[in-house]
Design a protein around this ligand. Structure first.
Ligand code: GTQ
Ligand code: FE2
Length: 373
């Protein structure tokens, strides 16, 4: 984290502006164009003709702040998808939250580094088992009692639960209840694609065999204890399901004690209990409680964040424009955009995820706080 004083910031800005003026892209004359064309056939390109594209004073994300209203828009579309295609034929019946700023991206995504989709599974359906190197998180939006199974452990999902599918683990989903169930899938698809490490394998059968009872991983790792002799070999948390029941209790206790962050309210990270690091290596996950009547100070960060509202109503001002949200709505704040959260008559609980762990490991993460923070 880097924070600078106002005077240093002003000096830096002045230098950057001067530098920008100095480094205006060289003019394209007919002679130069001819030369560029000639060398292009030898797989050569003049750096000075493209340098401006990377010499940005600050990040210029292509994704746009966007809000998806669940009850009004997303839910009807999801329910209709049930008659358009079965879960079996679709493999995963997911409506991708495609950022309108990334319509020509290699894959529909919510930010340049993260995928988000809403998956619906109808009563009696099964989404067959497979594994891939992309890591996935599930955040439960609606319904209760469908399951996801990961490498032989099954968990029944409830609204507000945060469930992890680590990279390269077998997973299938099923719904043995009598109501549809919807959750958000968050995946690190663009990150794995950037590194060209995408592997995929379908399992021979619909379901990978279950060999551990529901709650097994929570019992082993979820109570600030670790099985003696356990050696962790992967960077992902061994906990399968971080239940909302416990998360909500934590937030309630936090809020009882008063002091909250001026920008973020009461914000708790989900961690890997074995390492103390983020629960997943590529995606940071948190749950935030914003008190009733909260009027947050502005902040921005290099990680664009995806927000899923669990409880309460409010608004987030992103780059000067207000987005009004309520339960089950999803919205995204792009990289380095000023953000400000507000609630009205109720407290609010919001889940969020971002690519922050990757940025931190590479020494790239930055944040800045504005007036009142
Ligand atoms: O549920 O396994 O939204 O593999 C995208 C890819 C969900 C899943 C997605 C997947 C899944
Ligand atoms: Fe998957």
């Amino acid at each position: 984290m880097r924070q600078e004083s106002r005077s240093r910031k002003t000096i830096r800005k002045t230098i950057q502006e001067a530098t920008t003026i100095m480094r205006d892209q060289p003019e394209r004359t007919p002679e130069r164009e001819a030369y560029y064309k000639k060398i292009h056939s030898q797989n050569l390109r003049p750096l000075w003709d493209v340098l401006k594209n990377i010499q940005t004073v600050e990040p210029k994300p292509r994704e746009m702040p966007t809000l998806w209203k669940y009850d009004r828009d997303v839910k009807p579309a999801l329910l209709e998808s049930g008659s358009v295609i079965s879960a079996r034929e679709a493999d995963r019946r997911v409506l991708v939250l495609e950022n309108p700023g990334l319509r020509d991206y290699f894959f529909p995504c919510i930010t340049h580094s993260l995928f988000a989709g809403l998956q619906m599974i109808m009563p009696g359906e099964v989404a067959p088992s497979h594994r891939h190197t992309q890591g996935a998180l599930r955040f439960i939006i609606e319904g209760e009692g469908a399951y996801t199974a990961v490498n032989g452990e099954k968990t029944m999902m409830k609204v507000g639960d945060f469930v992890i599918t680590p990279s390269w683990t077998w997973h299938d989903h099923g719904n043995e209840t009598d109501q549809p169930m919807v959750w958000l899938d968050g995946l690190d698809i663009p990150i794995v694609d950037l590194l060209n490490c995408s592997f995929f394998e379908p399992y021979a059968e619909d379901q990978f065999p279950i060999d551990r009872p529901d709650g097994d991983s929570t019992a082993r790792w979820g109570y600030a204890m670790v099985p003696d002799g356990y050696e962790h070999r992967t960077p992902t948390s061994p906990i399968l399901n971080y239940s909302y029941e416990r998360t909500r209790e934590v937030l309630d206790k936090m809020a009882d004690r008063g002091a909250h962050d001026p920008c973020h309210g009461f914000k708790m990270r989900y961690i890997n209990p074995v390492t103390g690091d983020w629960a997943m290596p590529t995606m940071a996950t948190s749950m935030t409680l914003l008190p009733k009547g909260f009027s947050g100070a502005p902040f921005r960060a290099t990680d664009g964040a995806v927000y899923v509202v669990v409880e309460g109503h409010g608004r987030t001002v992103i780059d000067g424009k207000a987005y009004e949200w309520g339960p089950r709505d999803v919205f995204v704040a792009p990289t380095w955009c000023w953000q400000q959260h507000e609630t009205n008559g109720s407290e609010a609980v919001i889940f969020s995820y971002s690519d922050r762990p990757v940025q931190e490991k590479l020494g790239l993460y930055r944040e800045q706080r504005g007036r009142g923070a």
